[in-house]
Design a protein around this ligand. Structure first.
Ligand SMILES: Cc1ncc(COP(=O)(O)O)c(C=O)c1O
Length: 411
């Protein structure tokens, strides 16, 4: 049966899907205009006119994790057009994919390189991040082999997250190793905040200030050793929105680019943040109803019959499951948007399909479009609300939109 015959009867049914009718009906619609809106809003926000800076503060757009699930190369291309100064990817493969999409602006490989990977970084003009002094000779050799002008890199300082980065006490060791590298040039120094979204009166709530203090003391030490640090950058999304004192020369927005504020603590901070920097959700994950059935009272639905109908129930089956990005823990907990109404997800979410209770939606038809998160005309089911409902963060949920889900880029 063709899906198209239902189009136009309701707004929710009029959503276009890529290669309609040919493929399994699940897709992620990515709004490039919402993305550009968010980018412009962030760039303006971190460049308040009253600051009277000589040069505009730069923005490094984080497009790692396949652009938080939105398609790394595609969003990087759109963000470059919008004016992004830098990009952040995880590794060589992600960086190469972004370069092959035609992006020319500098790309920082945020998780650095493992031995052997460094020559690929140099070859594809990706900026390495150094987080251990022992990496310098490897990068130096790769740079010398290329034999051209100095290869640029950024230095990551561990200021208390205890994840990646050179210890603040290791500036002398770094300076000694760096002095031996005739083919390298340090063009940036940075650190990453562990809890910039936390404002409680606790040790975690104080952590960002302490990280900043450690960072600037390491930076002073480096300068005292005669090293030019290049671009200084620290701020992730939460710090961008709520801690202007961390903005330095460049900011690194991730989740806010994609339309969502991080989960602030205390929660009341969210409203204030959303007013300060209004954002638009970029991705909407959608699928169509591929089956409808009436289930009698007492019948179980899905694996292990974890949903049992308490009344005669109409069940719609969507052509998307956890293999597509509908998190399994949404089973019997979450809802989807159908014709602008929230319809509960019932039973355990399967790998390829999800069951919805549509008893309260009149005249439901096969082929109708459900929005798992995102926007549907004037209606919104924000991904951060869906993520909160299952105890995770928005970035986790967005990254789950899997490879088999085609992305549909719209302006
Ligand atoms: C080094 C670095 N900077 C910035 C970000 C962006 O974080 P957020 O999504 O909180 O803005 C990340 C993401 O994890 C990161 O690893």
């Amino acid at each position: 049966m063709s899906y198209t015959i239902f189009f136009g009867r309701h707004m929710a049914r009029a959503q276009k899907s890529p290669r309609n009718g040919v493929r399994r009906p699940v897709w992620a619609e990515v709004s490039l205009s919402a993305l550009a809106h968010n980018f412009n809003a962030i760039r303006k926000y971190v460049n308040p006119p009253e600051e009277k800076r000589k040069t505009r503060r730069k923005v490094l757009c984080i497009v790692k994790g396949n652009g938080y699930g939105h398609g790394g190369p595609e969003v990087a291309k759109a963000l470059e057009e919008a004016g992004s100064d830098w990009f952040g990817v995880t590794c060589t493969d992600e960086g190469i994919a972004v370069r092959e999409a035609g992006v020319r602006k500098p790309i920082l490989a945020l998780t650095s390189f493992v031995p052997g990977e460094e020559s690929l970084l140099v070859q594809h003009d990706l900026t390495a991040m150094i987080h251990r002094c022992q990496q310098l000779p490897l990068l130096e050799r790769a740079a010398a082999r290329r034999g051209k002008k100095r290869v640029q890199f950024h230095l990551k300082i561990d200021t208390g997250m205890n994840r990646l980065g050179i210890a603040t006490s290791d500036m002398e060791c770094f300076a000694r190793e760096y002095a031996k590298c005739k083919h390298l040039q340090l063009t940036g120094i940075f650190s990453h905040f562990a809890s910039s979204e936390v404002f409680t009166n606790t040790a975690v709530g104080q952590q960002t200030r302490e990280q900043e203090r450690r960072f600037y003391s390491a930076l002073d030490r480096l300068c005292a050793l005669g090293i030019d640090p290049g671009i200084v950058h620290l701020a992730n999304s939460a710090a961008i929105v709520t801690r202007p004192e961390t903005w330095a020369d460049m900011v690194r927005p991730g989740v806010i680019l994609y339309g969502y504020h991080p989960g602030y603590d205390p929660m009341e901070k969210r409203e204030e943040a959303e007013q300060r920097l209004p954002l638009k959700p970029v991705m909407s994950l959608r699928s169509r109803v591929i089956s409808l059935r009436n289930v009698p009272t007492g019948a179980g639905v899905g694996y292990n019959a974890t949903f049992v109908a308490k009344r005669p129930t109409k069940i719609a089956v969507l052509a998307a499951g956890y293999g597509d990005g509908i998190h399994r823990s949404l089973g019997n907990r979450g809802s989807v948007l159908l014709r602008g109404k929230l319809a509960p997800i019932v039973g355990i979410v399967s790998m390829d399909v999800t069951m919805i209770d549509v008893t309260d939606i009149e005249d439901m038809q096969i082929g109708e479009v459900a929005t798992i998160y995102g926007t549907d005309g004037a209606h919104v089911l924000p991904a951060n609300r869906v993520a909160r409902g299952i105890g995770t963060v928005t970035s986790d949920l967005l990254c789950m939109a899997s490879q088999r889900v085609p992305r549909l880029y719209v302006r």
